[in-house]
Write a protein that binds this ligand. Structure first.
Ligand code: 173
Length: 318
């Protein structure tokens, strides 16, 4: 019996050895190729294609021209795409409580250490059939950008371009909201269809929005999450060796998010050079702005699923 078991496991081993072939994953990004929020994914792809030779490779096919921004969640969920670079705000149709991720005040390294990563991975696996492989965007905050000035937090009378990231906060402050993909912001500004937009401190100049932007409102709020998602069926078929290549490259990419602190400063300086003025709220107004951001954000997640909000809040903000 024991001998048989041994023979069987030897055959199994030989079989895996013989059939382990290089796997190629099809990769797509939700942001325009070469722009700020695609770059960490592009570096990750390069890293995997170096360290994963003979094991796993990524065929990076592009951005929204390959799969429309708000369709990428569906595409990686059903396996049309194997690996996606995407932010939760673009896939709330599949993972409504994903809005909790941008409310984080700690880093992905903290979240891996305190068990939050595993909870978020489980939610992604259960609700959208993907492996949550990595999070980029730590240390990058969001801002409100405007074409006309404001001097209080009252946004009534202003039409603002949003994604789910800013919805709860800007709605509470009275704004009229329009949701668009990043690719539509320039035209909306040019046509005067919007008086401003939500966007992180980085990347405003990637698509020329600085030409149409007069003000950035400080302080920034929340924290960017741009995640690498792998179709779960595909992930489960991968060899342990291939999974390790991807996981090592994911953590390598996450470690590089520390560079965002200096990049933020450089970007703010470039915005100033491009003529974007800062509307800096005083201490009391800033406090009210940030309190509204946090309160409205967590209320919205709790309204979707109170239990998940209560489970994630401590590990995302400790
Ligand atoms: O504003 C957006 O399109 C958005 O939600 C986002 C999220 C992460 C990075 C950049 C933009």
């Amino acid at each position: 019996m024991k001998q048989f078991a041994m023979a069987a496991s030897l055959i199994a081993l030989a079989a895996t050895g013989a059939t382990a072939e290089e796997v190629t994953l099809k990769g797509v990004t939700a942001f325009a190729g070469g722009t700020t929020f695609s770059r960490p994914f592009e570096a990750f792809v390069e890293r995997v294609n170096e360290t994963g030779k003979g094991v796993v490779q990524i065929n990076y096919v592009g951005g929204p021209e390959a799969v429309p921004t708000f369709e990428l969640g569906n595409a990686v969920s059903n396996g049309i795409v194997d690996i996606a670079n995407n932010t939760t705000a673009f896939y709330t149709n599949l993972l409504p409580t994903g809005d909790a991720l941008h409310l984080a005040t700690n880093t992905i390294q903290d979240q891996r250490a305190n068990g939050c990563y595993d909870k978020i991975d489980a939610l992604h696996q259960e609700q959208m059939n993907v492996k949550y492989l990595a999070r980029t965007g730590d240390h990058i905050q969001f801002h409100l950008y405007l074409t006309k000035p404001i001097d209080t937090t009252d946004l009534s009378g202003l039409t603002i371009r949003v994604t789910p990231v800013y919805r709860a906060m800007f709605e509470k402050l009275g704004a009229t909201l329009v949701r668009t993909a990043p690719g539509e912001v320039y035209t909306a500004l040019e046509r005067g269809a919007i008086d401003g937009y939500g966007w992180p401190v980085q990347g405003v100049m990637d698509l020329g929005w600085d030409e149409q932007t007069k003000y950035r409102v400080d302080p920034g709020f929340y924290q960017v999450d741009v995640n690498f998602l792998v179709n779960l069926d595909k992930w489960n078929e991968l060899s342990d060796e291939a999974k390790k290549v991807l996981e090592d490259a994911a953590e390598w990419t996450e470690a590089r998010s520390a560079e965002n602190l200096s990049i933020n400063e450089a970007e703010a300086a470039k915005q100033a050079e491009a003529g974007i003025e800062v509307i800096a709220f005083d201490a009391d107004t800033s406090k009210s702005w940030l309190d509204t951001a946090q309160t409205a954000g967590w209320e919205a997640v709790a309204a979707i699923d109170e239990k998940i909000a209560a489970d994630l809040k401590p590990c995302l903000t400790e």
